[in-house]
Design a binder for this molecule. Structure first.
Ligand code: HEC
Length: 177
C-alpha cells in the first residue's frame, strides 16, 4: 500500500475524510429526493396531468359549444319553431354566414339559401352535415370555392339554431324526406 498522502514535484495530494456537514448535506439531498418524488407522484396535485385537466376545463368554459352537444332524433332539427333558437340563429347567421351567403341569405359567393334550389339536398340531416363538415372542393358544385366547416367554430347547438332560422324563412328546408 502506498501512502495516500503523497508529495511529488512539490505538489501535495491529501486523502482527507469529507467534512461531516458535507456528508450530511449529501445524504440529506438523497433523502429529500426520494421523499419528494414519492410525494410528487403519489400525493400532490402538481403534476402536468392535473394542470392539463384544469386547462381543458377552462377551455370548455370559454368555448362551451364543444361540449354543448345537441342530439337529434332521425336528423330532424330539435329547434324547429323554437322562437328563442330562431332569433339566436339569426344572430349567428349575421356573424358567420353573411360574408358568403349575403345579409338576407339570398346569396353572394355562396348560393341563395332562401329559394327552392338545393345543391346537396334540402333535409335537416343533409344541411346539418353540410354546415358542420363543410362542402369540400371535391363536392362543391358551384365552382366558387368550398363551403367551410363550422363544427369547431359553432358546434351543434348554434348550427341547429341557424338552421331553425333558415327553416323559419324558407319552408323548402324540410325536416326529413
Ligand atoms: C367562405 C364562404 C362561406 C361561408 C362563410 C359560409 N358558406 Fe355556406 N356555402 C358556401 C359555398 C361556396 C357553398 C356552395 C358549395 C358548392 O359549390 O356546392 C355553400 C353552400 C351552403 C349550403 C348548401 C346550399 C344548397 O343549395 O345546397 C348551405 C345550407 C350553407 N352553405 C349554409 C351556410 C351557413 C348556415 C353558414 C354560416 C354558418 C355558411 N353557409 C357559411 C360558402 C360559404
Amino acid at each position: 500500500m502506498s501512502d495516500p498522502n503523497k508529495e511529488f514535484d512539490g505538489i501535495k495530494q491529501s486523502d482527507n475524510p469529507l467534512p461531516a456537514w458535507w456528508v450530511w448535506v449529501w445524504l440529506g439531498s438523497i433523502l429529500f429526493a426520494v421523499v419528494y418524488a414519492i410525494y410528487f407522484h403519489g400525493f400532490s396535485s402538481w403534476g402536468t396531468g392535473e394542470q392539463y385537466a384544469e386547462q381543458i376545463q377552462e377551455y370548455e368554459k370559454d368555448f362551451p359549444q364543444k361540449t354543448n352537444v345537441v342530439a337529434s332524433k332521425d336528423g330532424v332539427n330539435p329547434f324547429r319553431g323554437d322562437e328563442k333558437a330562431i332569433s339566436a340563429g339569426q344572430v349567428t347567421f349575421q356573424t358567420y354566414c353573411v360574408a358568403c351567403h349575403g345579409p338576407t341569405g339570398e346569396g353572394l359567393v355562396g348560393p341563395n339559401l332562401m329559394d327552392k334550389e338545393w345543391l346537396h339536398g334540402n333535409t335537416d340531416a343533409e344541411i346539418y352535415q353540410e354546415i358542420m363538415k363543410g362542402i369540400g372542393p371535391d363536392k362543391a358544385k358551384l365552382g366558387r370555392g368550398p363551403m367551410p366547416p363550422h363544427e369547431n367554430t359553432l358546434g351543434s347547438e348554434k348550427v341547429y339554431q341557424v338552421m331553425a332560422w333558415l327553416a323559419s324563412k324558407n319552408p323548402n328546408l324540410k325536416p326529413s324526406k
